[in-house]
Design a protein around this ligand. Structure first.
Ligand SMILES: *Cc1c(COP(=O)(O)O)cnc(C)c1O
Length: 423
């Protein structure tokens, strides 16, 4: 009998059997039978320390010996308290409150509920819709699907099931763009705000890097402009740093490139180094303090069973310690150097007729093609070279673990390039 495991995003009729992973070490995982694959995606961008990192494994083991789980309703514990303090310390100035949950999608649901209730409590209940961007991806739960790109965002068939929000065009200016070059993108945002601000509670964005929606990159000026527009129209700014957080764009948080503090910021993926599912929704005093009041409606009505799980908090603390002690930002800079040299600056790749664009930001690189069919077979091709790639749509990308060394980074970029250039 075939396995009863139902795989995500898989076409059941045509899917090939999934290879079985039996272990991993550093940037590689091992398959049953001994094949070892260099993971160019660090498992959907979360395994930033690679596999079987001794410090993370030990942190989980020690915590398991003390306390695996306890509810956060009416109780607290050291790992949750310490992690919340650490997140406040390292995140943009002013984010002083931390609400835990168990996944990136739920962290975003929390952010949206917080924004709606914030306005409600301030006497603006009409501000109950979101403003979000085309090419956005914020998760797979219902509330999140409604703020993903409605056309290309994989969820179009659910349109009738979802609440209606407002969409602005995806930013088009590049990371390097000047303030003037970003103006058209900001004007487009302003247009939607001018028309609908009475019902818009929050502007949501994946700052600088729209990840699962096609690795679209934009400028720090866009973040600063969005911050100013949110002030002008009494709209909360929510940064979904689920993918960009913890170094992916070259700074600890994408917000750091722009010196912007969002009102709410969501972290997940890299938070625990990928070792356990968890998320954190951070809020400023302004948002938090609106919930201080006498009516029963002032309580924030959300509480995932596993929020603040001690194992997850403990491994997240260890992940942060390793990140700082082992100079991950320096490592990311080194990886960025290789990605720029091998991919962004490769003239033959840029000139290849199938290739539409090559973009690099921090420890992220993507080769965008004109037509998705030109990536058919790319994953199998890379696997023959010992590299695990998982392209989607028109995007062949890498988001490596930060412990990937230069040789392995070149192995990954080589597999990506050779798919186009060695045929
Ligand atoms: C992955 C992702 C999510 C959803 O996180 P899950 O843990 O898969 O629910 C939300 N936002 C962004 C930007 C993501 O990349």
């Amino acid at each position: 009998m075939p396995s009863p495991v139902w795989h995500p995003y898989a076409h059941l009729k045509t899917q090939s059997p999934a290879p079985k992973v039996v272990g991993g070490e550093g940037p590689r995982f091992t398959l049953e039978g001994g094949e070892s694959l260099l993971d160019a995606t660090c498992s959907w961008w979360c395994m930033i320390h690679g596999y079987r990192h001794p410090r993370l494994v030990e942190a989980i083991q020690r915590q398991a010996d003390e306390l695996c789980h306890v509810m956060l309703g009416g109780l607290t514990h050291d790992p949750a308290d310490r992690l919340a303090r650490e997140l406040v310390r390292i995140s943009p100035e002013g984010l002083n409150h931390v609400f835990f949950s168990d996944s990136g999608s739920v962290g975003m649901e929390v952010a949206m509920k917080m924004a709606v209730q914030y306005h409600y409590l301030r006497g603006k209940p009409a501000k109950h819709r979101m403003l979000t961007l085309m090419k956005a991806y914020h998760g797979d739960t219902a509330g999140c699907m409604a703020v993903c790109d409605p056309e290309e965002g994989m969820h179009s068939l659910f349109a009738g099931f979802l609440p209606q929000h407002h969409f602005a065009p995806a930013p088009t200016a590049s990371f390097e763009a000047s303030e003037a070059e970003v103006q058209a993108d900001l004007d487009a945002l302003r247009q939607v705000l001018e028309a609908h601000h009475q019902e818009i509670g929050a502007l949501l964005m994946e700052p600088l890097l729209q990840a699962a929606g096609g690795l679209n990159m934009t400028s720090p000026h866009y973040l600063r402009g969005a911050r100013a527009l949110c002030e002008e129209f009494d709209v909360l700014l929510v940064f979904d740093e689920v993918a960009t957080g913890f170094g992916r764009t070259g700074r600890l948080f994408a917000a750091d490139h722009a010196d912007v503090t969002p009102d709410i910021m969501v972290l997940s993926k890299g938070l625990t180094g990928g070792y356990l599912g968890h998320a954190a929704t951070l809020a400023t005093d302004r948002v938090h303090d609106a919930f201080i009041g006498d009516s029963e409606l002032h309580a924030f009505m959300h509480g995932p069973t596993f929020m603040g799980n001690p194992l997850a908090c403990r491994v997240a603390l260890e992940s942060l310690a390793v990140f700082e002690e082992d100079d991950y930002l320096g490592r990311i800079q080194t990886l960025n150097g290789v990605l720029c040299e091998e991919l962004r600056d490769d003239a033959a790749l840029a000139d290849h007729p199938a290739v539409a664009d090559v973009r690099v930001l921090g420890a992220t690189a993507v080769i965008e093609v004109h037509d998705a069919t030109s990536l058919e077979g790319a994953a199998a091709f890379a696997r023959q070279r010992g590299v695990w790639l998982r392209p989607f749509g028109r995007w062949l990308y890498t988001m490596p673990a930060y412990i990937t060394d230069e040789d392995d980074m070149r192995r990954i970029t080589g597999a990506m390039k050779d798919w186009f250039l060695s045929a």
